[in-house]
Design a protein around this ligand. Sequence first.
Ligand code: TXE
Length: 488
Amino acid sequence: MVGEKTSSMKIQNYIDGKFLNPIADQWIDNYNPSKGEVYGQIPNSTKEDIELAVTAAKKAFPVWSNTTLNERSEILSKIAKGIFDKLPELAKAESKDNGKPLSLATKIDIPRASSNFQFFADAITQFPSEAHESIGLNAINFTLRQPIGIVGCISPWNLPLYLFTWKIAPALAAGNCVVAKPSEVTPMTAFLLGEICNKAGLPSGVLNIVHGLGQTTGQAIIEHANIKAISFTGGTATGAHIAKTAAPMFKKLSLELGGKNPNIIFADCDYEKMLSTTLRSSFANQGQICLCGSRIFVEENIYERFKKDFIRKVSQLTIGNPFDEDSDIGALVSKNHLEKVKSYIDIVEEEGGKVLYGGEKVIVSGSENGYYLQPTIIEVSNNDCKLNQEEIFGPVVTIMPFKNEEEVLKLANNVKYGLSATLWTNNLNRTMKMSKQLQVGIVWVNTWLMRDLRTPFGGVKASGVGREGGFEALRFFTEPKNVCISYD
Ligand code: TXE
């Protein structure tokens, strides 16, 4: 049973279809953030473990890359089903490992992990390649879309199985073999995925899941000469480091990095829908989603009303143990992260801001050592302060009034990040004009985090390079090769 395994056991690497201890026998503690206590250990894998994974992947590649699309699709569908069948156990494991409310893991994280596999199981059967006839030259070009070979997938801790599978599924669907590393902070569900893959009949070595710290295990993946592409989601500084290491080796890179997303509210919006969605876009997953709208800009004629209503709504949120059914906000992912988030609250005054609500750590009865923080609203007087320029990545939002479209566009774009923006308005002309001018990869209008997995997903500026999702992901995980045939 998955549930029993999560209580105290050592996590192992999944290499060549087998569960293995790390070769150097180095281990890291794994924490339950809702209790602030160690509940297991995970490998801190070294270059030798990565070598083993690469060898297994190399061996598996010729067969896997030549399976028919139907065979591949069927196996991926079985993995999707395997995840879905274990939804309650996986959700519990995710919630325990990450601190997120069990209800969220049950409704969002695990179903989406299953959908990721099902989506790419279907997508690969529909993935076209192009042909170009050179009319008048008697030639025809067609483009092969061949798998790259061995690819590396590195994921973060905020949406553990959700983002891990978002990378692995298209990589496998495209015919690659994968060496994957989940975050060392939340390794449990990635570990449990190995067993599901074996049961689904995924051939040994096609997917290898290796655990450990970024600077040891992650570094060994990005440096390995035979790993030809890296798909990474995580912090912007780590993304820059990965680019520096991998670019001179001419690896393909997809980097999905941080965000400091504007949530722009005009007076002509559907107010109640905006208010309830803004509550989610601010604090879902304890604000630890790269897409959260952490900078709220409100048109000045509804600013005071919004402020009052938003504070009231936020004060009604329940902070508690993630396993309690009525908890809206669980624990932050780690002690370090809690301290990082708190350090921004500590500088509010010197940055010219004012805490309107929250700002304090919370002691949850029965989980006194857990990493809990109140949802926090900060009023800021300008967009240049650190609170509006740096990614806090916690249950902290800033609010600020604006006068008109022109001003708010400047405010929204005046930041190094460019992942997403949310726009609340019923004015079509404004929607069109602003959608074009916002410097981001994703704009949501009158909604937030509504996802259609076929759409391109990713950011501009310091939010990353490349797009995930749909055929974009399948293009990333394949190498196009043009064949030009001349005829008489
Ligand atoms: O991320 P890291 P961290 C942001 C957020 C957060 C900050 C740092 O602001 O506070 O990033 O978080 C692996 N070679 N986001 O430190 O370190 C690491 O092991 C190869 C935004 O947790 O970037 C993990 O698997 N890999 C974000 C993954 O990179 C390395 C989600 C992400 O860890 C490595 C999470 C190396 N040298 C945090 N160093 C988002 N965009 O959604 C680390 N890793």
